[in-house]
Design a binder for this molecule. Structure first.
Ligand code: NAD
Length: 361
């Protein structure tokens, strides 16, 4: 029987409440599929700072490197807002991304039919939306050199950031884009600003060259300003999008709004030998500790783990179907419940989804 080692880093706040539900779902999937999972926990974020003084506990990185995949919760909260910059809770996540070379961030945005009315967009626009934004995570404007602020004697100043990409960096994220599109509806939109930026011109050149290796995937190039409009005008025209760091940061948040609630959105960060899976949301200090957080984002992150790190497509489908069924049956956590509906708590929603997974196994 195949055994997969999963590093579990729940972090802080509702990260500690939703991650156990994702673990339970994986256990249920494992039973049905005849594979076993070994879960090993480590501290990250504020929890790690409190226990060890560092935002990533000693040994946590080694544990992640040994694992087949990482299930991550969320980090941060008001308690740690005053701590020094180098030991802030999010440094734990950034350190993991850097050390594990996680350069590709996958953010699906799917509008579940029964939650269409939770979206701020009209039903006619948003219905049927099912897209994936792939954001380059380690290059571009956020990391390029030179960067800094120059102060002048007359009181003025000049600040610089640099958008830089090598063809190698573009090629590897383009390949991720084509590979992911292949597992979906085989359509890839590469988003750039090639009418203005030379970086985007290189981006387009490299993506077009890589497309030659993926004749089964239809590629189109879209300017980022057009893409921003199209996402709220006709989101159903997109399947998989791939773009650089800054554009991806903005477009993935725009796409997230289509899906309704933060509690529904999973993500994956891929690149090196081991992938990291986490809900898009944070630690939600306003509801933490009350057992009411929506675990679906964490559970759908576990489905992505099955799909992208373990290549267990059927099992990933099974988890996604179980979530859909439970929603179809009318169950809702507080964040997505209509007025007058009794909301399910975190654990109860986890139970319902585990039961559906078992029923399908
Ligand atoms: P947040 O995502 O934690 O919360 C935003 C709003 O959405 C809140 O009202 C919250 O109650 C609600 N919400 C989020 N997830 C939910 C869920 N699963 N179920 C029900 N409701 C949910 O964002 P924020 O309030 O801006 O940040 C809070 C803390 O989380 C901060 O310390 C921030 O730095 C941190 N954060 C961490 C990550 C991460 O670890 N990747 C990401 C974002 C924010």
């Amino acid at each position: 029987m195949a055994t997969y080692r999963i590093a579990v880093l729940p972090g802080d706040g509702i990260g500690q409440e939703v991650t156990p539900e994702a673990v339970r779902v994986l256990k249920a999937v494992g039973k049905g599929a005849g594979v076993s999972f070994e879960f090993e926990e480590a501290l990250v974020g504020g929890a790690a700072i409190d226990a060890t003084g560092a935002p990533l506990a000693p040994g946590a990185l080694a544990l992640c490197r040994r694992a087949h995949a990482i299930l991550f919760g969320a980090v941060g909260g008001p308690k740690w807002e005053g701590v020094a910059h180098e030991v802030r809770p999010e440094r734990g996540l950034l350190a993991l991304r850097k050390e594990l070379d996680l350069y590709a961030n996958l953010r699906p945005a799917k509008c579940f039919p029964m939650l269409v009315d939770a979206s701020p967009l009209k039903r006619s626009v948003v219905e049927g939306t099912d897209l994936m934004v792939i954001r380059e995570l380690t290059g571009g404007l956020y990391f390029g050199e030179p960067r800094g602020v120059e102060r002048f004697a007359d009181g003025g100043a000049r600040a610089v950031n640099t958008m830089a990409y090598t063809s190698r960096e573009i090629e590897r994220i383009a390949r991720t884009g084509f590979e992911v599109a292949r597992k979906r509806r085989k359509r890839l939109a590469s988003v750039d600003k090639a009418n203005v930026l030379v970086v985007s011109q290189l981006w387009r050149e490299v993506v077009t060259r890589v497309a030659g290796d993926y004749p089964d995937v239809t590629l189109e190039h879209v300017l980022v300003d057009n893409c921003a409009m199209a996402l709220v005008q006709r989101p159903t025209q997109f399947d998989t999008l791939v773009t650089e760091n800054t554009f991806g940061d903005i477009l993935s948040d725009e796409a997230a709004i289509l899906a309704g609630s933060m509690g529904m959105l999973p993500s994956a960060s891929l690149g090196g030998a081991v992938g990291l899976y986490e809900p898009v949301h944070g630690t939600a200090p306003d509801i933490a500790g009350r057992g009411i957080a929506n675990p679906i984002a964490a559970i759908l992150s576990a489905a992505m783990l099955l799909r992208y790190s373990l290549d267990m497509q059927q099992e990933a489908d099974r988890v996604e179907r179980a979530v859909q069924r439970v929603l179809e049956q009318g169950h809702r956590t507080a964040d997505i419940a209509a007025a007058g509906v009794r909301p399910a708590g975190t654990r109860e929603m986890g139970d319902l989804i585990v039961r559906e997974v078992e029923a399908q196994g």
